[in-house]
Design a protein around this ligand. Structure first.
Ligand code: GKR
Ligand code: MG
Length: 421
């Protein structure tokens, strides 16, 4: 291989919208469409790399500015690309809530992420190696994911039922889990909470334990509980949960709960950026960090996070928002090359019915996605699907994720509180 740089000639950013069921969480309900931005990075070598990220208005504006700033950079010079993005965003880098409930992640790292993934995709194509090889090499040939259960309505108001049916009570959640596990083979279960009163959510977990005696179980109320409520739930579910995710807001509240909790606490809310790691370790707020390359600055910086977690004895899992195939491919390549990522990763995958990648490459076998071994991420864009989902974005009118606003358009009395119970 020659040492010639591979220079970025253009970064195309296409916002897309894909159908999303009415999944409930503590801040409201998913809108009928979820938004993503697809990045296609063209280079002077004729190779194009793919990336995927959020598509909220402010984030799109920053992506567009960054796309302009990185033209001419070498895809192997990710440090220089990050510096160019930081420089361009300087003065406009306040954290915004692009990921629903995640509000304090680094803007520079969020913007860098899809470009870094696309650079690695190009590097992989140029060298003939899968991205996992560029991250240190795969240590597993398939990446396990968990069944991600949600309380949900049967349909969006005025819309057609989505096929999954209503899930507001324990038996309905068990039915949801049974179907998801039958279809995908998941070997771990995550229950999204913060929706029903805590005792009902505990009953749902107990029902899942009876139905699935051997599946590790997790509960994530997205900081909906006071420390006192959190401790009650944690002690009530001793020996049942593998970890309790973000029961209460803030590093201090989490530390308070952690001291009294029989199981580890996990987070994708109070540790979402590098500067939050030192205080979290000092306060012993969490036992497990859920990584997410979309806000930790891409795959290489997520490996850096993994190293820090390893050093300080923190467990590592992986967070998910509603996403498409480019993101799943990136998550799989990263997880394959991260030895200490020992928990089954989160994914919203079963909830979506549309995509922008050619089908067939990403599939679930016994709850795990076999790691693509072809060059780059291993997925290819389907230009017709990309165009159709872009049209859908233009038509649907949604420009920002707003679970609370959508919920209030249906139930004007809906109140958000963290903590709520
Ligand atoms: O999609 O409603 C959702 C989730 O609640 C998501 O917004 C969270 O970011 O899944 C996430 C979590 O683990 O907190
Ligand atoms: Mg979470």
């Amino acid at each position: 291989m020659s040492g010639r740089p591979i220079r970025i000639t253009r970064a195309r950013i296409t916002p897309v919208a894909f159908a999303d069921p009415p999944l409930l969480n503590t801040v409201g309900v998913h809108q009928p469409y979820a938004l993503r931005a697809i990045v296609q990075l063209d280079t002077d070598a004729g190779l194009t790399g793919l990336g995927e990220t959020y598509a909220d208005t402010k984030h799109l504006e920053r992506l567009t500015a960054a796309a302009d700033a990185i033209v001419g950079q070498d895809v192997f010079a990710v440090n220089a690309i990050r510096a160019a993005i930081a420089d361009r965003l300087h003065g406009d880098d306040a954290a915004v809530g692009t990921a629903g409930m995640i509000t304090s992640a680094s803007a520079v790292d969020q913007v860098l992420s899809p470009f870094e993934v696309a650079c690695l995709d190009v590097q992989g194509h140029a060298t003939g190696r899968p991205v996992s090889d560029l991250l240190g090499g795969a240590v597993r040939d398939a990446v396990p994911f968990s069944a991600y259960l949600f309380y949900k309505w049967a349909a969006h108001p005025g819309g057609e039922p989505d096929g999954w049916g209503e899930a507001l009570y324990p038996d309905q959640l068990v039915a949801q889990a049974q179907r998801m596990i039958a279809e995908y083979g998941f070997t771990a279960i995550k229950q999204k909470g913060g929706v029903r009163p805590p005792e009902e959510e505990m009953a749902a977990i107990e029902a899942l334990r009876v139905a699935f005696p051997d599946h590790p179980l997790r509960l994530d109320p997205n900081a909906a509980w006071t420390p006192e409520t959190s401790v009650k739930v944690a002690t009530g579910l001793a020996g049942v949960l593998e970890y309790l995710e973000d029961p209460t807001p803030g590093l201090d509240g989490m530390a308070d709960v952690a001291r009294q909790s029989p199981m580890p606490l996990a987070t994708n809310m109070c540790v979402v950026a590098f500067d939050q790691l030192a205080p979290a370790v000092a306060k012993q707020s969490v036992g497990v960090v859920l990584s997410d390359h979309h806000y930790w600055g891409g795959l290489q910086r997520s490996r850096l996070l993994a190293g820090i977690c390893d050093t300080f004895g923190l467990g590592l899992s992986m967070h998910s928002n509603s996403h498409l195939g480019i993101s799943l491919a990136a998550m799989v390549q990263l997880a394959a090359a991260t030895p200490n990522l020992t928990y089954a990763c989160d994914t919203h995958w079963p909830w979506k019915t549309e995509d922008v990648v050619e089908p067939g490459v990403l599939r679930f076998v016994d709850g795990a996605v076999p790691v693509p071994t072809t060059p780059g991420l291993g997925v290819r864009i389907d230009e017709d699907s990309l165009a159709a989902l872009h049209e859908q974005y233009l038509r649907c009118g949604i420009r920002d994720r707003d679970d609370t606003g959508y919920m209030r358009s249906i139930d004007p009395t809906f109140r958000v509180g963290s903590p709520r119970w």
